[in-house]
Design a protein around this ligand. Structure first.
Ligand code: ATP
Length: 352
């Protein structure tokens, strides 16, 4: 088990900062997911922790030990890559055993480790197969087993499921969650897929342009986004954002800093008539309706031509109809001109 700490870490490639002065603590035994758009610096952060890339500035600690000058092999970190990097001419057993032989682990111990790990990842019936004779999910498990036999303190996984089809990805997600629970080891996982991040992480670190935008549990990030970026990256469809110019002042006393108003697609509902409840309302025109099963996503065109998503269990609304979009005030989120969230308590009576 291991905790990891990055203090004021930056990474520069020529004159470009890939990582800009980040501080990050990864708790012992956590399943921490780094998530963010392409190029935001996720892989660079992982590679610096693993010791595959040297930071330009700052310090990295693993278990309170400064590891700036410790080689990748001596950090107690095992990495699993997106492309698995299996040896194609070796059997599953040989792939798993390779690193152990390199580390001069004796035969009896090697066999015991391979037996233990192959059972954990359910590969015990496949040990004599070649990688080409395995499914994508099985190959991924070989890659995991190869990392696991080293008994690392930290597992680092860089988009490990991105080569799998959608169904298998869902299955492997669950397997990884179970594996983490079983091993109780620190997992650091990189993905650009917010659904993967939300479903797997005990903690999410949301990155953009080399900076950390928010760090929290998945539920907190969804319910309490700290900024516009976080509000719009997490959630599908994303949070609806309207400028205050579009909606006008909503409250008798409104924080003058409010520049944007947001609400989740499931935080609004559609009504045929204007009601005077404790809710913000505006008219919209239903342009499309996407049935997901029990729920439906309506895409509406708002008064200023903007796109609004409303997610609902109520499927009765028809296409090309005018409706009212009604948002109970407790579902509203406000941001200032910098995109930072403004705490809700400052607002009082709703304007009629
Ligand atoms: P993706 O989701 O696309 O894999 P990422 O968030 O993992 O992206 P990184 O691979 O960490 O992003 O890259 C961060 C930035 O650093 C990008 O702008 C990238 O082009 C740049 N970068 C990464 N490695 C190098 C390198 N070796 N030389 C120069 N620039 C690099």
């Amino acid at each position: 088990m291991a905790s990891i700490e990055l203090r004021n870490v930056s990474k520069q490639f020529k004159d470009m900062y890939a990582i800009k002065h980040i501080d990050l603590t990864i708790e012992d035994g956590s399943f921490t997911v780094l998530v963010g758009p392409s190029g935001c610096g996720k892989s660079t952060t992982l590679r610096m922790i693993a010791g595959l890339e040297r930071q330009s500035e700052g310090d990295i600690y693993i278990n309170d030990r400064l590891v700036n000058d410790v080689s990748a092999a001596d950090r107690g970190v095992a990495m699993v890559f997106q492309n698995y990097a299996l040896y194609p001419t070796m059997t599953v057993r040989q792939n798993i055993e390779f690193g152990l032989i390199n580390n001069k682990v004796e035969k009896a111990k090697r066999n015991a480790l391979i037996e233990e790990i192959s059972e954990i990842v359910s590969l015990d019936g496949y040990m004599d197969r070649m990688p080409s004779e395995l499914s994508g999910g099985q190959r991924q498990r070989v890659a995991l087993a190869r990392a696991m036999v080293k008994k690392p303190d930290v597992f680092i996984l860089d988009e490990p499921l991105s080569n799998l089809d959608a169904k298998l990805r869902v299955k492997m997600r669950l397997e990884l969650i179970k594996l983490h629970q079983k091993l109780q080891t620190t997992f650091i996982y990189v993905t650009h897929d917010q659904i993967e991040a939300m479903s797997m992480g005990t903690k999410i670190v949301l990155m953009n342009e080399g900076k950390i935008m928010q760090e929290s549990t998945p539920a907190e990030m969804y319910d309490f986004p700290e900024n516009l970026f976080s509000a719009q990256f997490i959630g599908s469809p994303p949070m609806n954002i309207r400028t205050i110019d579009q909606v006008g002042p909503l409250f008798e006393t409104m924080d003058p800093d409010v520049a944007y108003m947001g609400f989740r697609p499931e935080g609004a509902h559609l009504t045929k008539v204007y009601s005077h409840k404790d809710a913000v309302q505006f008219s919209g025109y239903i342009e499309s309706a996407e049935v997901l099963g029990s729920e439906i996503i309506y895409s509406l065109c708002g008064g200023s031509g903007e796109l609004i998503f409303v997610k609902s269990f109520d499927k009765k609304h028809t296409l090309n109809g005018n409706v009212w979009v009604e948002i109970p005030r407790e579902n509203l989120v406000f941001f200032n001109a910098n995109g930072d969230v403004i705490k809700r308590e400052v607002h009082n009576t709703l304007r009629e």
